[in-house]
Write a protein that binds this ligand. Structure first.
Ligand code: SAM
Length: 271
C-alpha cells in the first residue's frame, strides 16, 4: 500500500478503495495515517507497526491477514523503501497470505525521473551512515558500481555527504531533489563539488534525495603512458604479444597499439 510522498492528490482511487475495504491498517504512525484517512473519510481501524513493536505484533497481524484484508501503510511514499515491512511481507508470504502491491509514489523514483541522469541502471543505497568513517567505507563500496546511485539524506548532513561522495567517487554529475511533489519542490543539478559548496554554510530545509551519475569514463591514456607500457612489455615479449598485452591493459584498439609497438621496436632496435 502506497501513500503520497507529499501531495494527497497523488494517491490513487485504487489505494483509497483498498484502505476503505481493509479490516485493519498497519501503519508506522497512527497520527500520520489518521490524517490521510480523515481527509478521505475512511474509518478503517489502524494498528501501529514500526521498528519498536514489529517483532511483538507481527504474528497477530499475519494471523489476521490470513482471515481478512490487512493493509500496510508507511508515513510517506512506498512501504519497505527505507521503511518498515520487509519481515512482515516475508513472513506473511511464507504463512500463505496473498500479498498485492498498490504502487504509488516513492521519493527515489520521483527524483530519478527528473534528475536528468541515466536511469537505465541505478542503485538505491538508502541513507548513508552518519559517521564519517563508516560513510566513507560505504561510499568506497559503491565507487565501481556501473550505475547511477541514489541516496536519501537529511538537510543538516547534505553538504558533508556531498563532499564525501565527491571524495570517494570523483566529481561526478549529480542532482539533489528537495520536497518533491510539495509546494517548495526543487531539483538542483551540478557537479558534486558545486552542490557541496552550495549548501556548505546553509543546510536546506525539507526532505531530500541525492542522485549521483555513473562512474566517469577513464581518461584516455596519453601517448607517453602507451610508450612506456610498450617499452616495458617489449623487453620480455614479442611485438604482437606486447601489443595485445598493452592494448588489453589500457583498453585501446589492438591495431593502434600494434602499429605503435612496431615503430617503437624499430627505434629500440636502432638504438
Ligand atoms: N518510503 C519512502 C519512499 O518511498 O519514498 C521513504 C521513506 S524514508 C524513511 C524518508 C526519506 O525519503 C526522507 O528522509 C527523504 O530523504 C526521502 N523523501 C521522502 N519524501 C520526500 C520528498 N517529498 N522529497 C524528497 N525526498 C523525500
Amino acid at each position: 500500500m502506497a501513500t503520497p510522498i507529499g501531495n494527497l492528490g497523488d494517491i490513487s482511487p485504487r489505494a483509497l478503495a483498498v484502505l476503505a475495504g481493509a479490516s485493519l491498517i498497519a501503519c508506522e504512525d497512527t497520527r500520520v495515517t489518521g490524517k490521510l484517512l480523515h481527509y478521505f473519510n475512511i474509518s478503517t481501524r489502524m494498528m501501529p507497526y514500526h521498528d519498536h513493536n514489529a517483532a511483538r505484533v507481527r504474528p497477530a497481524l499475519i494471523a489476521r491477514a490470513l482471515a481478512e484484508p490487512v493493509a500496510l501503510v508507511s508515513d510517506a511514499g512506498t512501504p519497505l523503501i527505507s521503511d518498515p515491512g520487509c519481515k512482515l511481507v516475508a513472513e506473511a508470504r511464507a504463512a500463505g497470505v496473498t500479498i498485492v502491491t498498490i504502487p504509488g509514489p516513492s521519493a527515489v523514483i520521483a527524483a530519478l525521473s527528473i534528475a536528468g541522469l541515466p536511469t537505465d541502471r541505478f542503485l538505491f543505497a538508502g541513507f548513508l551512515p552518519a559517521k564519517a568513517g563508516a560513510r566513507a567505507a560505504a561510499i568506497a563500496e559503491l565507487a565501481a558500481v556501473p550505475a547511477t546511485l541514489a541516496f536519501y539524506e537529511s538537510g543538516p548532513r547534505l553538504a558533508a555527504t556531498l563532499a564525501a561522495l565527491r571524495e570517494g567517487l570523483g566529481d561526478r554529475p549529480a542532482a539533489v531533489g528537495r520536497e518533491l511533489t510539495k509546494r517548495h519542490e526543487e531539483m538542483v543539478t551540478g557537479s558534486l563539488s558545486t552542490l557541496a559548496a552550495r549548501w556548505a554554510d546553509t543546510p536546506p530545509k525539507g526532505e531530500l534525495v541525492v542522485i549521483v551519475g555513473p562512474p566517469l569514463p577513464a581518461a584516455a591514456p596519453e601517448a607517453g603512458d602507451i610508450d612506456s607500457a610498450l617499452t616495458e612489455a617489449l623487453a620480455t615479449m614479442r611485438v604482437k604479444e606486447a601489443a595485445r598485452h598493452v592494448a588489453e591493459r589500457l583498453g585501446l584498439p589492438k591495431s593502434e597499439v600494434y602499429a605503435r609497438a612496431l615503430a617503437l621496436k624499430a627505434t629500440l632496435g636502432d638504438g
